[in-house]
Design a binder for this molecule. Structure first.
Ligand SMILES: *Cc1c(COP(=O)(O)O)cnc(C)c1O
Length: 293
């Protein structure tokens, strides 16, 4: 439905290692990466329930908001985005584009936003927007996880050690469910809390958050620039820069075997870069020579 998924795998080299990259960022510039998989079955379910609107939640730079707006446009559905923070501006590119793609933006206070998981708040929304299908923040529900079970395919079976970025862990869980018996999944947590998982053959590393969600350090910025210049693969600041940094750092520290047959799942997120650069006054793709530093 909506978009075809043909896995694109690109191999790069670092210190004698072959590192393959599953380029989910190339699926679509707006419905990029893992967000497409999380939306797929949710949109189908919404249609099956005869809902004409998708209602969802996100921050002002959210990849999920951008993806939902565009996916709904393709599916011929309305979209409603409940956005954290009343201070959002028209200059925000993620929201401007979501609006252009037909999304109705509803900014709410940070305090109200905290209620978004409560039953009473959701009940109210269901009454107020009666023909809406509600998807939680980040597409984090069972159908989102089910969609992520389709990220791995027969083309990815030959890889043994797989890496993905973890926010809500929906993507990680979906991938973990679909691992081949010989495969192991390593999640890189971008949030500053200790993640747990009970999935088989899957672990989450907590030491690559760089200060927490959407935070960065000089070392991360240097790595991102160096990586993009060296391999000509763009990364986003929030998820994939931390993910790739982690893999290169593990190689630097000799914590990887050459027989590991590494596959990194590039989950996209590039739409958020210009907004992030504006917010922190960063220059895109600074030219530096020193990698992990
Ligand atoms: C949302 C997102 C993630 C995190 O996915 P979860 O399922 O929430 O863990 C990873 N990478 C990118 C680029 C994202 O936009």
């Amino acid at each position: 439905m909506l978009l075809e998924y043909t896995p694109i795998i690109q191999t790069i080299h670092y210190k004698g290692y072959d590192i393959s990259v599953l380029r989910l960022d190339l699926i679509h510039p707006e419905i990029s990466g893992n967000k497409w998989f999380k939306l797929k079955y949710n949109l189908q379910q919404a249609k099956a329930e005869n809902k004409d609107t998708i209602l969802t939640f996100g921050g002002a730079y959210s990849n999920h908001i951008a993806a939902t707006a565009f996916a709904c446009k393709l599916a011929g559905m309305n979209s409603l985005g409940i956005i954290r923070g009343e201070d959002i501006t028209e200059a925000n590119q993620t929201l401007a584009l979501a609006k252009k793609n037909g999304m109705t933006i509803i900014p709410i206070s940070r305090d109200e936003y905290k209620l978004k998981h409560t039953e009473a708040y959701l009940k109210n929304l269901e009454i107020k927007y009666s023909n809406s299908y509600i998807i939680p923040e980040g597409g984090d529900n069972a159908l989102g996880e089910k969609g992520c079970e389709e990220i791995l395919t027969k083309e990815t079976n030959r890889f043994k050690t797989l890496f993905c970025a973890c926010g809500t862990q929906t993507t990680f869980n979906g991938i973990a469910n679909s691992l081949d018996t010989k495969q192991k999944l390593v999640g890189i947590n971008v949030l500053k809390f200790d993640a747990t998982t009970n999935k088989k053959n899957a672990v989450i590393l907590d030491k690559y958050h760089f200060g927490g969600y959407a935070k960065h350090t000089e070392a991360l910025l240097n790595f991102k620039s160096w990586f993009e210049c060296t391999y000509d693969i763009p990364l986003d600041y929030i998820y994939t820069a931390k993910l790739f940094y982690a893999v290169f750092d593990l190689i630097d520290k000799n914590e990887m075997e050459e027989t590991d047959k590494i596959l990194i799942i590039h989950s996209g997120g590039l739409q958020g870069n210009s907004g992030y650069e504006k917010r922190y006054n960063l220059k895109p793709n600074r030219q530096v020579n020193d990698p992990v530093g």
